[in-house]
Write a protein that binds this ligand. Structure first.
Ligand code: PXP
Length: 232
């Protein structure tokens, strides 16, 4: 079965909307664990609009699940994560002000930086994933740079773009053939994930927004009931 790493950024988004201590990130992570996830993913953004350094420190100390941190190559973030040593890192591009990650890493343009940072992460025992478009030339470069895995961007597939599934399938097969572990994610939801699982080379999925959105629906009745009980 494909592994699921749940991206819990948007539970922190809800917290940061009011700067309350709740929902507590550790409670969230433990719910994810009880739900059967393989791991937790968080994105430490340049603007820290949801996940903060303290969340990562707490998740590492208090939750017994592999933590995957998405990050750009902002120097202060690189330094912090190199020190904290989560299970894995996923390097992503980041444009200030973007609503969400807008595409895969340009591994050619960032080659010099990647050559420097990938060995540093690996030397400290972290698995290194690059978030990339499903393009064989990009995968070849990722492999040459020493990445352990690639996370294939599923945004086009999630938007039902013609040919997107076939591109992912071909890229997954090629990536695996050259020794990369294949992950995938972005925009996946309850209606499109089963078809993606036909691509058996994919070992891990990173899913966030749709799970947090579903949690509101399946949790709203209980949350209301608890408040009504208190008021009674
Ligand atoms: N993978 C990467 C690299 C991402 O940036 C994100 C969004 O934070 C995800 C996966 C998860 O995407 P979604 O929230 O749409 O499931």
């Amino acid at each position: 079965m494909v592994r699921l790493s749940v991206n819990i950024d948007h539970t922190a988004t809800v917290r940061e909307l009011r700067r309350t201590p709740y929902p507590d990130i550790i409670e969230v992570a433990n719910c994810v664990k009880r739900g059967g996830a393989y791991g937790i993913t968080v994105h430490l953004r340049i603007d820290r609009r949801h996940i903060k350094e303290t969340d990562i420190e707490r998740l590492l100390k208090e939750v017994d699940l592999p933590l995957n941190v998405e990050l750009s190559m902002a120097p202060d973030i690189l330094e912090f994560i190199l020190q904290k040593r989560p299970h894995s890192v996923c390097l992503v591009p980041e444009r200030p002000g973007e609503v969400t990650t807008e595409g895969g890493l340009n591994v050619f343009k960032t080659e010099a930086q990647l050559k420097e940072v990938i060995p540093e992460f690996k030397a400290k025992g972290m698995r290194v994933t690059l978030f990339v478009e499903p393009d064989p030339t990009v995968l070849e470069k990722a492999k040459a740079l020493g990445a352990d895995a690639v996370e294939l961007n599923t945004a086009h597939y999630s938007e039902n773009k013609p040919g997107a599934f076939d591109k992912l399938k071909a890229a997954a097969s090629f990536g695996k053939s050259i020794g990369l572990e294949i992950h995938a994610g972005h925009g996946l939801h309850y209606g499109n994930v089963s078809k993606l699982c036909e691509i058996t080379e994919i070992e891990e999925l990173s899913i966030g927004h749709s799970i947090v959105a579903r949690a509101i629906i399946v949790g709203m009745e209980q949350a209301t009931r608890e408040m009504v009980e208190l008021l009674r």
